[in-house]
Design a protein around this ligand. Structure first.
Ligand SMILES: Nc1nc2c(c(=O)[nH]1)N[C@H]1C(S)=C(S)[C@@H](COP(=O)(O)O)O[C@H]1N2
Ligand SMILES: [Mo]
Length: 372
């Protein structure tokens, strides 16, 4: 096994023209995306939410046996059963989670990893205990810097054997906007195994890697955490030896429900002439989405879409729609979101070695048939 000190470079790049490999295919069959037609739901139905798991899904026979330990740089280390956790005042937050590698397989050169197109997203109501209530109980000592979250899953990555671990800066862990949750329910039911049964972290606004599943340990550190998923993976680098910047909050993105009907093999879309309502969802983990624009001519011209009124769900995606008068021929549809801080989506491919946080505008080729 390699030591983490020896592995600082990101994953391999595919050679020019190199097809998706068997390894990538085996990841893609385990880690499924949101079928884009399910963007129609406010709350993603169970089983349609995307899934990403680095190693194996731990088998948990009895939630009653689970224990969450909180320790490290605290005055009162604690151990909590699921019943203990359920006795705290509970909070439910609607959160859109997106994998930081969403869009990776569309990049050139392609970082070799889970080959997402654009479908690594989903929205759920997560119920649990605010993390800050648990940290208050453990009484964090002065000088604390990071809180490290450890999952029960274990594996090897680029030669380094490890538990899945991620940290949050202490001010984020203790913050109230967003309020981080230690969640035990998804859409009102116990967490399904693939989403972290019985316990996971939910960090509204942050990319998926921060939402540690099968959470069994929280350790407070008086120094920055330097684990593999923090310091080696999930950093935005142009070159292997860049120090890079950490991946954190979700960049704005709009996705469209694929219009009309698909060709089975190519997924190419077919619509009939006339008015077609285009619709989709848009989100940003930094600031609320304030505009969505739609192009029906391959991003040459843009039109303002109608955004649903903002509701109380600040960390959830918002629905948008646009009436398109489809005429026979080939078209390319696009949508792009802009947030309250002026961030929007690029037309030119943003690129980094991990393929992280790229939010290239989605393009959907559509064939509109002749009137029948
Ligand atoms: N313990 C553990 N937590 C994890 C992961 C993991 O592999 N192990 N994957 C992370 C990543 S990269 C993502 S994108 C999200 C996916 O959450 P979901 O499968 O519930 O959609 O979980 C995160 N939490
Ligand atoms: Mo991810």
């Amino acid at each position: 096994m390699a030591r983490i000190e020896d592995v600082s470079s990101p994953a391999r790049m595919a050679e020019p023209g190199e097809d998706i490999s068997r390894d990538e295919l085996s990841l893609a069959t385990r880690n499924h995306g949101l079928p884009l037609e399910a963007l129609r739901y406010d709350l993603t139905p169970p089983g349609l939410h995307y899934v990403l798991t680095h190693y194996d899904i731990p088998y948990v026979a009895e939630d009653a046996d689970w224990e969450l330990r909180i320790g490290g740089h605290v005055n009162r280390p604690i151990r909590l059963s699921m019943d203990n956790l359920r006795s705290y005042p509970q909070v439910t937050t609607r959160v859109t989670i997106e994998c930081a590698g969403n869009g990776r397989a569309l990049l050139t050169p392609r970082p070799v990893s889970q080959p997402w197109l654009v479908e690594a997203v989903g929205t759920a109501d997560w119920t649990g205990v605010p993390l800050r209530a648990l940290l208050a109980e453990a009484d964090v000592r002065d000088g604390a810097v990071d809180a490290v979250f450890t999952g029960a899953d274990h594996g090897v990555e680029r030669g380094v054997e490890q538990d899945y671990q991620r940290a949050l800066p202490l001010d984020t862990a203790l913050g109230d906007t967003p309020e981080v949750l230690v969640a035990y329910a998804m859409n009102g039911a116990p967490l399904p195994p693939q989403h972290g049964r019985p316990l996971r972290l939910v960090v509204p606004g942050w990319y998926g890697m921060a939402h540690v599943k099968w959470l069994r340990d929280i350790t407070v550190l008086d120094r920055p955490f330097t684990g593999f998923q923090q310091d080696v993976a999930y950093r935005i680098r142009q070159d292997p030896d860049d120090e890079g910047t950490p991946v954190s909050r979700i960049a704005p993105r709009a996705l469209m429900v694929p219009p009309g009907f698909p060709d089975f093999m190519t997924r190419a879309r077919v619509v009939r002439p006339g008015t077609t309502e285009l619709e989709g969802r848009a989100w940003s983990g930094r600031a609320p989405v304030t505009a969505v624009e739609v192009s029906t001519d391959g991003a040459r011209t843009w039109n303002e879409a109608v955004l649903d009124e903002p509701d109380e769900h600040r960390w959830s995606w918002r629905r948008w729609r646009f009436d398109w008068n489809a005429v026979p021929g080939e078209h390319e549809l696009c949508a792009r979101a802009t947030d309250a801080e002026g961030r929007t989506q690029p037309l030119d491919q943003p690129w980094n070695r991990g393929g992280f946080a790229n939010n290239l505008v989605q393009r959907i080729p559509v064939l509109c048939t002749e009137p029948s």
